[in-house]
Write a protein that binds this ligand. Structure first.
Ligand SMILES: O=C(O)C(=O)CO
Length: 263
């Protein structure tokens, strides 16, 4: 069954962050995800989840100076103390908010002098994060980002990322399968959903190429939703797109999958 989570870092952004929970609830969502809750206390965020009856499916660990272009620390040899602090903080928030997984970003490595050192520190950092998360009953999610939007990001394709995840040898680390990024870098989406079954723990969606609502662009999302169903994926699909206008005005495609609005 297709179930949708609103990504509150990209949807309802005409409202302040905490008010986006109310907008998502009113629009019929039963779940949300977002990148960084850290400007607010756990209690403030929890109160908004609870008052709207929303589950939280994903948060990101702090990833550095986002506006300045930073995208995480895991593969950056000079940033291990920032990495450690970001994981400790994310585990506190995920635990306090009842969120089952944390997206740990790998970092922009195009200007790093030694890629072998980046890979070594990525493995060490991700293993450390996975073990701390496992102690708290949480999963780690790792996402390749397409190199058109995010040049120089450490991981950009699904299969090489899975190869790295395999080397971690940790049972609580999963691929974050963002269909938008995967279509741009890898393609063959339906077969990939089937082949990678069990390897992805979280899924995100958007239209390709413009990252707007999934009802436009080159992908047939009805067929993709069926493929995730057939593959037995029972998690939420994170709606991580830039709305063409006001978020609510672009949600007609989602209505059949939103329990509070489905007729
Ligand atoms: O940019 C993306 O696709 C993300 O999910 C960042 O967390």
């Amino acid at each position: 069954m297709t179930r949708l989570a609103a990504n509150l870092s990209m949807l309802f952004t005409d409202a302040p962050f905490l008010d986006r929970f109310d907008r998502a609830g009113a629009a019929g969502f039963e779940a949300v995800e977002f990148l960084f809750p850290y400007d607010h206390t756990i209690a403030e965020v929890k109160a908004r989840l609870d008052r709207n009856g929303l589950q939280l499916t994903l948060i990101n660990a702090f990833a550095g100076d986002w506006a300045g272009g930073e995208r995480g620390f895991a593969a950056r040899p000079s940033k291990t103390s920032e990495f450690d602090a970001s994981i400790a903080q994310a585990i506190d928030y995920a635990t306090g908010l009842g969120c089952p997984r944390i997206h740990v970003m790998s970092g922009i490595t195009k200007d790093e002098p030694d890629m072998a050192a980046c890979e070594t520190v990525w493995i060490d950092n991700m293993r450390k994060a996975a073990d701390l998360a496992a102690n708290a009953g949480l999963d780690i999610s790792i996402e390749p980002l397409n190199s058109r939007d995010m040049p120089g990001y450490f991981i950009s394709k699904q299969d090489p990322t899975l190869e790295l995840i395999g080397r971690l040898d940790r049972r609580n680390v999963f691929l974050q399968f963002d269909v938008y990024h995967a279509q741009i870098m890898d393609g063959d989406i339906i077969r990939r959903i089937e082949r990678l079954k069990g390897a992805y723990g979280h899924v995100q969606i958007a239209g390709v190429p413009d990252r707007h609502e999934p009802d436009e662009g080159e992908l047939n999302y009805a067929a993709i939703f069926e493929a995730f169903d057939r593959a037995g994926f029972d998690g939420f699909l994170g709606c991580e797109y830039n709305p063409r206008g006001r978020t609510e005005d672009g949600l007609a495609w989602a209505a059949p999958y939103l329990p509070k609005t489905a007729g």
